[in-house]
Design a protein around this ligand. Structure first.
Ligand SMILES: [Zn+2]
Length: 284
């Protein structure tokens, strides 16, 4: 299958194989995966900057032909849904949690704020996604032609996360889990996060994974590397939970310092992590 091959390292291209092109934004190493399957094209979390989304659109226009276009949102965080209206007419896939998101207006407000803070003219209407295909449970499947897309709910980071497995191509779209460098950010539940990591181990056993793409950071084709990432997150959470249970502020500070790209952003993420662990492991 010969297509409009771009070179890795070129502008936004982070990874490609016969079936997928992974675009990486200049911001937060956020990925957007475009899957060119036999019977459809799937775009995942198109983001962030207008010219970046434009590049993704142009690529999709080159490969789409007569194929139907699907848009998948891995979860409802504003950086992942920012490009929704850039693909009008696409069939939208997301979890029930995203469809019924309790803070849609807040997410839309964050997108507006992002554009204004950076003097970016708003390129598309800012709207929280309307969902056409709703994922409600683990192992829910969508079959399109010869391709099977299997979904698993992945709460913890947010309540509305999804793991997506595309077979036979062997693609695992992980959303904001299993990054090569970003440690767990818990906005939803530490207990759910741990459960989701256990689910990740099972998925790796059950499915034929040839490439995993995280929401932030690098795709990997190595099973060993995927295992390393699962254990990295498990180990970090375990040590953080222990530190919080023991009210060990020295250990908590050290864990904050393990985060890559230390900033006010990671400081706040760490505070949220601690607050949620306290709520779940101490108050209850
Ligand atoms: Zn994200």
């Amino acid at each position: 299958m010969m297509k409009f091959l771009k070179k890795e390292g070129e502008a936004m291209i982070q990874f490609q194989n016969e079936y997928i092109m992974v675009f990486q934004s200049a911001l937060f190493q956020t990925t957007c995966t475009v899957v060119d399957a036999k019977d459809f094209v799937l775009v995942v979390d198109p983001n962030w900057l207008p010219h970046e989304i434009e590049e993704i659109k142009q690529y999709v226009a080159q490969i789409q032909g007569e194929k139907e276009l699907y848009l998948l949102f891995t979860h409802g965080d504003f950086d992942h849904v920012i490009g929704y209206k850039a693909f009008p007419g696409a069939k939208v896939i997301a979890s029930k949690g995203l469809k019924e998101h309790p803070n849609k207006a807040e997410k839309v407000g964050l997108i507006q704020q992002f554009y204004n803070e950076n003097y970016i003219k708003i390129p598309y209407p800012i709207v929280f996604p309307e969902v056409d295909i709703v994922i409600e449970k683990d192992v829910q499947q969508l079959k399109i032609g010869g391709t099977a897309i299997t979904f698993y709910l992945s709460p913890g980071h947010t309540h509305d996360g999804l793991f997506t497995l595309i077979e036979p191509e062997g693609i695992w779209i992980a959303g904001d889990y299993l990054s090569d460098f970003e440690l767990p950010f818990i906005y939803d539940s530490a207990k759910a996060y741990e459960e989701t990591l256990r689910k990740a181990e099972e998925i790796l056993e059950k499915h034929n994974v040839s490439v995993l793409v995280p929401g932030h950071g690098h795709a990997t084709t190595s099973k060993e590397e995927i295992k390393r990432r699962i254990h990295l997150a498990e180990d970090y959470l375990e040590r953080l939970i222990t530190a919080v249970k023991n009210e060990d502020s020295e250990a908590m500070d050290a864990l904050e310092k393990e985060m890559a790209f230390p900033s006010n952003f990671t400081k706040n993420c760490h505070k949220d992590n601690v607050r949620i662990i306290r709520r779940e492991y101490i108050t209850e």
